[in-house]
Ligand binder design. Sequence first.
Ligand code: PEP
Ligand code: MG
Length: 541
Amino acid sequence: MLKLNGTGASGALAAGKVKILHRYEPGVSHTISEDTDAELERFEAAKKKTLLDIDADYKKVLENSDEEIAEIFGMHALMTEDKEFNSHIKDVLYSMKTNAEYAVFITGKKFAERFSSMDDDYMQARAADVQDIVKRLIKNLTGSKNTIQEFSHKAIIAADDLTPSETVALPKDKILAFVTENGSVNSHTAILARSMGIAAVVGVGNKFLENLNDDDIITVDGYSGEVVISPDEEFLKEFNEKQQNEAIQKDLLYDLKGKETITLDGMGIKLFANIGSAEDADEALKNDAEGIGLFRSEFLFLDSNNAPDEQKQFEAYKSVLEKMQGKKVIIRTLDIGADKQPEFIKLTPEENPALGIRGIRASFLHKDIFKIQLRALYRASVFGRLGIMFPMITDETEVTEALDICKEVRQELLQEGISFDENTEHGIMIETPAAAIMSDRLAPLVDFFSVGTNDLLQYTLACDRQNSSISHIYKRNEPVIRLIKTAADNAHKNGKWIGICGELAADTELTKKFLEMGIDELSAAPSYILPLRKKIRNLSL
Ligand code: PEP
Ligand code: MG
């Protein structure tokens, strides 16, 4: 039995077999293949796809007039087609009767070593280029986007770290909990775990994977952050009792379903749910959410290689609106960039991605994708009560531009005879200090505000939300509370409503403050809704 301590990132308990997630690194299996022609064909297909990927990166970089970097991709394309490189792969395939992945791997190793051993610094550095191409080729051969996953049973996922796209690619119905060696409570992976209502512990340190094998039994306490590998019988018995207790507490909370969210002195507030998929709406309903305050639409597509098409989006949005049966559903337009790097748009690498092309900035840069999303949203709007929300707003020009594009889309739909709900609301995230400070000018332009405290804390405190080593700074709420008050006052002066959809919405220590400010709606992971209702029903202002 080995006890380790990390940080509880999603409050729940889990015990079960572990599945170690080997993150995508081309660790390549060596298998013998009798059908060498078929392996060669697989290689040729992967090469074709690799060249397309490289070309896409080349064009993307050129769009930003970064010719020097574009040239690197130009060179990668040449290297991929290099005669000697290709014929070496072919030789290995035919002489060793191996699988294509292995032939690429062995060839890459040889060519990289050749470059590394050269005297010239420039030539030495080309070894990394070969490795990059090999990684792409193997990725396209295995068809793996990020992480290799095969699940035969429900398991607790163990990894060194997980990106949001890796997390969303996992089969949700097979996951009992997440444990990662690194990572922070505020990462999108932790947020996803909370929206799924499962336990998560982050930052358990590097002793974890070192001492772990697939199918080991572990326990995960997402409240205290304790993770126990191979617990003894006594510990396991106690843990199971704790789990039963937790289930009883949850059942007691369910008694609050159908009850009003109102303080002892009669002050009401709406409790909405944050979701990342149409299926999460079921969790929202199970926990009696009065609406959806934040549908993170980008989570639908982070694991997809293809740009999200209109029909697929329409179906997801329609499904949520129908499930919520006339309750308000706020869908946020794609918030990609920073830690949410999709497969379908290759965003240009940036020095400071959290301060770069993310949220509405990415939507303006990829207007075609933005318009497709807006079409899908308006088409779905007739199936319920929709609010469209824009992320990462910093000033009025962005709001005006986004609303102009909305108008353009509505006019196109009208011309095509496609109906939409004229009463669709339009709102913005208040998640930059600029938006909160300028909220007097922003409020007249929109129907509502929703405060994204996760980013508002990050940008106000100059504190990376992902960096666990400065998480003590990230806890300093006071400046953000003041900004929320400013935004709330300005929303109300203009007759608009304001909600909070960042993680602070679920912090019951702050609930009273939020009620006193007149916040109209709190939106949190579904499992936090009934605890919040309990808190509010016992408060008087
Ligand atoms: C936020 O920033 O608080 C928010 C709700 O958005 P996200 O966590 O998806 O960045
Ligand atoms: Mg945000």
